[in-house]
Design a protein around this ligand. Structure first.
Ligand code: PEP
Length: 252
């Protein structure tokens, strides 16, 4: 039985006061869920510490990125242990904006994944195809390549600290959502790949989120699919009521 996990990716939004208000609203919405849903937020890194103080130890607080290296001459970067010390419980890696806007290659994402795990952060690894790749029929080949390289140094024993997020690039921030059947098809392909990479019990225990214009109106349909174990939410996570409605959908 996989506990669904819903995480709000706030991207480059919120000043400190807005972040605190939003997080408090989300915590209030989550208060009645009684552990049926794991939830978290991924604020701008500056607000990780203040949110950890405001939300206490239980909330999932995710960084949106981290460095490939633990220390060094890497101006502007943040190492996983710095994020952990600030209060982060995990980090989102390989988000499509990191891949396609900032040009992060698969190999750099793989280095980040293994460093983050080694430094005590949980990891959401995002994978997903562009529209051209989908039209060319290479969705699963792309996703499998991203998994292969993103998880290249991850041991089976670390898999329980990982979440995979399937985020088709054509659905992120576009208002266009994958249908539940489209999401399920790729999630099943990811789970089969994970079973071959590690083993069936490990693959069955690992949660696979969907992300891409998820909102209250489509959350229940997506979450009803057998291999959709949660949502990574961008735009709709900036409103506590919308995010709360998706938490309620996941709680069933
Ligand atoms: C995301 O940023 O991970 C995302 C899925 O964004 P949106 O929900 O806005 O498409």
């Amino acid at each position: 039985m996989r506990t669904p996990i819903i995480v709000g990716n706030w991207k480059l939004h919120t000043l400190r006061r807005e972040a605190l208000e939003l997080a408090t609203g989300v915590a209030t919405a989550a208060a009645g869920l009684g552990g049926r849903v794991a939830w978290g937020v991924a604020p701008p890194a500056l607000w990780i510490g203040p949110l950890r103080e405001a939300l206490g130890a239980e909330a999932g607080i995710w960084a949106q990125n981290c460095a490939t290296d633990a220390r060094g001459a890497f101006t502007g970067e943040l190492a996983p242990d710095m994020l952990r010390e600030a209060g982060a419980s995990g980090v989102i890696l390989g988000h499509s904006e990191r891949r396609h806007v900032f040009g992060e290659p698969d190999e750099a994402i793989g280095r980040k994944v293994s460093l983050a795990l080694a430094e005590g952060l949980d990891v959401i690894l995002c994978v997903g195809e562009t529209l051209d790749e989908r039209r060319a029929g290479s969705t699963l080949a792309v996703v499998h390549r991203q998994l292969e390289r993103g998880l290249s140094a991850v041991e089976r024993a670390e898999a329980d600290r990982m979440v995979i997020a399937y985020e088709p690039v054509w659905a992120i921030g576009t208002g266009e959502t994958a249908s539940p059947a489209q999401a399920q098809e790729v999630h099943a392909g990811i789970r089969a790949w994970l079973a071959a990479r590690w083993d069936e019990p490990t693959s069955s225990a690992l949660r696979i989120q969907y992300g891409g214009s998820a909102k209250p109106a489509n959350a229940a349909g997506l979450l009803a699919e057998p291999d959709v174990d949660g949502l990574l939410v961008g735009g709709a996570s900036l409103d506590a009521e919308s995010f709360g409605a998706m938490l309620a959908s996941a709680a069933g």
